[in-house]
Design a protein. Sequence first.
Length: 247
Amino acid sequence: MTTSTSKSLGDVLKNWDGALHGRELHQLIAALYPICRSITGDGFRQSLRLLQKQVPLTLHEVPTGTPVLDWTIPKEWNIRDAWIKDPQGRKVVDFAKSNLHVLNYSMPIRRRIALAELKEHLFSLPETPDWIPYRTSYYRETWGFCLTQRQLEALPDGDYEVCIDSTLEPGHLTYGEFRIQGATDDEVFISCHSCHPSLCNDNLSGMTIAARLAALLSTVPVRHSYRFVWVPGAIGAITWLARNEAA
């Protein structure tokens, strides 16, 4: 993208309202926070489309099964709902209350299960008993739930009903990209992981600040060119590298 303007970066910064931009960034993070993102899926696409309101980034789709260096694009994962009901039929773990409650990339399941077997699929953090851990199983098909240690300790003996309403099937990996042409083709490359749900300092802060920086730099003349990419974790970075070896 090339822009023509008489304003310099210094001119823009002279009138910079840091408090206003801070509020706007906070509002964007608040909108992104509830979305259940992963390394693939509609949550990731929805998040990038929100960022497109800040900067006209391009979305790229890479099909499941595509070789990327010595990795392979995995199946696409999407989730609608998940919960655990105790022997009395009460929901004791509910994805609707926190998307961290599900082991990210869990395969679909709906069954009754004894507590002893259920515990093999439960993850907590004993050292921080009020925190819900973030756990994933991107490359091994299994299922599970994450909960606080206090929730785990409060589970009574008996049979539980578990439900994970998800899909794990061929689809695509998505990433976003935006390039600003400078006076030279020498590039500054800025990459940010964008796949974690409900984590503000890990992913969301980088995603939003990168979008705001890209929007700002696209309005002023710059010496170097700038390339921004919003990718899912390691597999997204590997995918971009595999598709851009010439660069």
